[in-house]
Structures are given as structure tokens and as C-alpha cells.
Design a protein around this ligand. Structure first.
Ligand SMILES: *[C@@H]1O[C@H](CO)[C@@H](O)[C@H](O)[C@H]1NC(C)=O
Ligand SMILES: *[C@@H]1O[C@H](CO)[C@@H](O)[C@H](O)[C@H]1NC(C)=O
Ligand SMILES: *[C@@H]1O[C@H](CO)[C@@H](O)[C@H](O)[C@H]1NC(C)=O
Ligand SMILES: *[C@@H]1O[C@H](CO)[C@@H](O)[C@H](O)[C@H]1NC(C)=O
Ligand SMILES: *[C@@H]1O[C@H](CO)[C@@H](O)[C@H](O)[C@H]1NC(C)=O
Length: 332
């Protein structure tokens, strides 16, 4: 961010729009982060956004303080960021520079973001990086999330779709305009389709979100998946559950482990076949390996395909053509 560049590590989140970073002077509250806080005063291209700027009105419920546009974002887990809406140069790579990029300078931020400096909002709403860079990248981007911290992934804006993708329609719900919806309608375990009425999914919809770790299913769908998974895993010793994950095993004493396959099935016939690294979430290495899905509390809560289930795939978002594609071996 800024000129000269202040290099910062951020989360990228396809489930929200506003990009923000913690800023100096941190007036109210900042969590500790790995790099120094962004210093607007040291950037020659920085300016704050006035309340009458059209960019301010693209925010959800903006505020105005001393004629500066004030943004607030509250996430699903109740974490939040709040501060001054700002404008500066954003350099994504030596060849990818966005001038006059709008983002939040957070001076009142809760915990819950680890040690990163902030977040890139890659949602579909007008304030997102995707919408702001539409003329440059045509709302096309892709990424691969590696399955271990020692392997690498990528995030690319613009360009062409990789070949050999399995694609499904990107759906829209105008009452939640930031989200990328997919038509999830069923789940198979070891090739057998679970007995879940498709309306359990379609009544609430399912989004794909790089910023959620564990996928969330409607309660009825989750209990059906959990029961089938437990039955297939009944020969393995159980391990303690966590707050979110209720189906865990101690696999540390086995040389080989056979995990049932899980396949997510979509309205237009696409199937997403998940392997062990996309099904199990290792809370504590192999001694606490848990089914990496959770049930929503309420049958009316939206479903989420989270990042545990996306890792190792190329995930391609083609907004103009309303398509999301998945490719095997994306991080290879
Ligand atoms: C409002 O802006 C003026 C002029 O920049 C500044 O002197 C004043 O301290 C600001 N007030 C607050 C409450 O930030
Ligand atoms: C900080 O943000 C939270 C969440 O929006 C808000 O409730 C609180 O009043 C803010 N604190 C200050 C000092 O603005
Ligand atoms: C959009 O979401 C709302 C709120 O959850 C829901 O009531 C409505 O049925 C959804 N619309 C479509 C077209 O799915
Ligand atoms: C559990 O182990 C027994 C004995 O080795 C085997 O016959 C059975 O098929 C296994 N069950 C499952 C669900 O793998
Ligand atoms: C794509 O579909 C093919 C054929 O159904 C399947 O073999 C492959 O595993 C799928 N790829 C992904 C990423 O799910």
C-alpha cells in the first residue's frame, strides 16, 4: 500500500467487499500484527475520502466524522474493523498497480485476524477490489490455497482460465449482493448419495468463501454427512471434539488410513470430489483429525464452502460469465 510501498501481509476474502488495513495513528484499538502498522503520513499518494465522495456511498451504512467517510465492517464471527475510508495506490505485484484504490484505514479493530495487517475484500459488491479493478481485470480471478504451510499457492487477477476445469454456475441473491452463491444440492460419501432433500440446500443457498476455514452445512445436511462418515470410520479410535468440530479421530497409531471420499454435487451436474486433505481438518496433527465440516445452528443460515475444502484446487471466479471452476492440482 502507498508510495513508496509499505509491504503488508493480508487475508484475501471472497466473502466480503471492503479492503482494509490497520493504520497509524491507531486511535482506538489495534491488535498486534507481524509488520509495522501502515503509516498514511509517509505515503505521498494517500488521501482520505470525503463524505460526499461517491465511493463513500458504496459502503454499507457509512458514517461521517469531520467530513471524512467512516467505514465499519462486522464479520460473521463478530470480529470487526472501523476507521477512515481512504484512497491510495495498491501494488499487488510489480506489474499490477491499482491507483486511486479505495480501502479502509482501520483505527478500531477487534482481534480475530491473526497477525495479518488486514484483508483484501474480493466479494461481488461495488466496494470490492474485484469491482474496483473491473476495467483492468474484467472481474476474473483465481487462486490455489496450499494444503500445508510449506507448499505455495497463488492468487491471480485477470488472465485466462486454466483448462480442464469442472465448472458450475455462479448464482446471485440480491439480498446478499457480496456473496458468490453456488447451486449445491447434494452430497455423496464413498459414491453413495446421502438422503438429503435438495430443498434443504436450495432454501438458504450456499456461498463459496475463501475467508471461512470450515464449511458450514444446513443442520439436516450436516447430520446426514456426519452419520455416514462416522459409520465409515467406525474402526478408528475417536478423539476429543472441539467447539466447532464434533467428529474427531486419533489416527496417530495407524500406518495407513482409509478415509471415505466425499463429493459435493451441484444443480447443473458438476461434482466436486474431495480427498483426505480436503475432508479432514488436523486440529492437532494426526492425533486429532476431525471431519472438517460443521452444521449451521439454524436451518435458515446460509451454507458456506470454506477454505479447508478448497485447498489444492485451482478455484476460478469468472464473474462476467457467471461461472466458478475447480481444477485439480492447482498448487502443483
Ligand atoms: C477536524 O478537522 C480539523 C481540520 O483538519 C482538525 O483541526 C480537527 O482536529 C479535526 N477534529 C477531529 C475531532 O478530528
Ligand atoms: C469501535 O467499533 C465498534 C464496532 O463497530 C463500536 O461498537 C465501537 O463503538 C467503536 N469504538 C469507538 C471508540 O469508536
Ligand atoms: C435470498 O436470500 C433470502 C434471505 O435468506 C431468501 O429469503 C431468499 O429466498 C433468497 N432468494 C433467492 C432467489 O434464493
Ligand atoms: C472394520 O474392520 C473389520 C475387521 O478388519 C473389517 O472386516 C470391516 O470391514 C471394517 N469396517 C469398516 C467400516 O471399514
Ligand atoms: C471433475 O469431474 C471429473 C468427472 O466427473 C472427476 O473425475 C474429477 O475428479 C472432477 N474434478 C474435481 C476437481 O472435482
Amino acid at each position: 500500500f502507498g508510495t513508496p510501498e509499505q509491504e503488508l501481509t493480508v487475508i484475501f476474502d471472497t466473502g466480503s467487499d471492503v479492503t482494509w488495513i490497520q493504520c497509524q495513528p491507531c486511535l482506538t484499538s489495534c491488535y498486534s500484527q507481524q509488520e509495522p502498522l501502515f503509516a498514511p503520513a509517509q505515503s505521498t499518494t494517500f488521501s482520505s475520502v470525503s463524505c460526499s465522495d461517491p465511493a463513500c456511498s458504496q459502503l454499507n451504512s457509512p458514517d461521517c466524522s469531520n467530513n471524512t467517510c467512516v467505514y465499519t465492517v462486522t464479520y460473521g464471527d463478530k470480529s470487526y474493523t472501523n476507521g477512515f475510508y481512504s484512497e491510495d495506490t495498491l501494488t499487488l505485484s510489480p506489474t499490477d498497480t491499482l491507483t486511486s484504490f479505495f480501502f479502509g484505514c482501520g483505527v478500531n479493530n477487534s482481534d480475530g485476524f491473526g497477525k495479518v495487517a488486514g484483508l483484501l475484500g474480493l466479494g461481488r459488491g461495488p466496494a470490492s477490489l474485484i469491482s474496483q479493478s473491473n476495467t483492468k481485470y474484467n472481474s476474473f480471478f483465481s487462486y490455489c490455497l496450499p494444503s500445508t504451510s510449506s507448499s505455495t499457492g497463488y492468487l491471480t487477477f485477470g488472465g485466462e482460465a486454466p483448462t480442464n476445469l469442472n465448472s458450475t454456475q455462479m448464482l446471485t441473491n440480491s439480498s446478499m449482493p457480496s456473496f458468490y452463491f453456488l447451486g449445491l444440492q447434494g452430497i455423496s460419501v464413498d459414491g453413495t448419495q446421502l438422503d438429503i432433500p435438495p430443498t434443504v440446500f436450495s432454501n438458504v443457498g450456499t456461498i463459496i468463501d475463501s475467508g471461512t476455514v470450515i464449511s458450514r452445512l444446513p443442520p439436516e445436511a450436516y447430520s446426514s454427512l456426519r452419520d455416514a462418515f462416522r459409520q465409515k470410520m467406525s474402526n478408528y479410535s475417536e478423539a476429543q471434539a472441539t467447539n466447532l468440530l464434533d467428529t474427531c479421530y486419533d489416527l496417530s497409531s495407524y500406518d495407513t488410513v482409509e478415509i471415505p471420499t466425499v463429493s459435493l454435487e451441484f444443480e447443473d451436474g458438476m461434482a466436486l470430489d474431495l480427498d483426505a486433505s480436503q475432508i479432514l481438518f488436523l486440529v492437532n496433527g494426526p492425533s486429532q483429525a476431525c471431519l472438517g465440516f460443521a452444521g449451521n445452528k439454524d436451518a435458515s443460515d446460509v451454507g458456506i464452502i470454506g477454505n479447508t475444502q478448497q485447498r489444492k484446487f485451482s478455484v476460478v471466479y469468472d464473474v462476467p460469465n457467471q461461472v466458478i471452476g475447480f481444477g485439480q492440482g492447482g498448487c502443483d
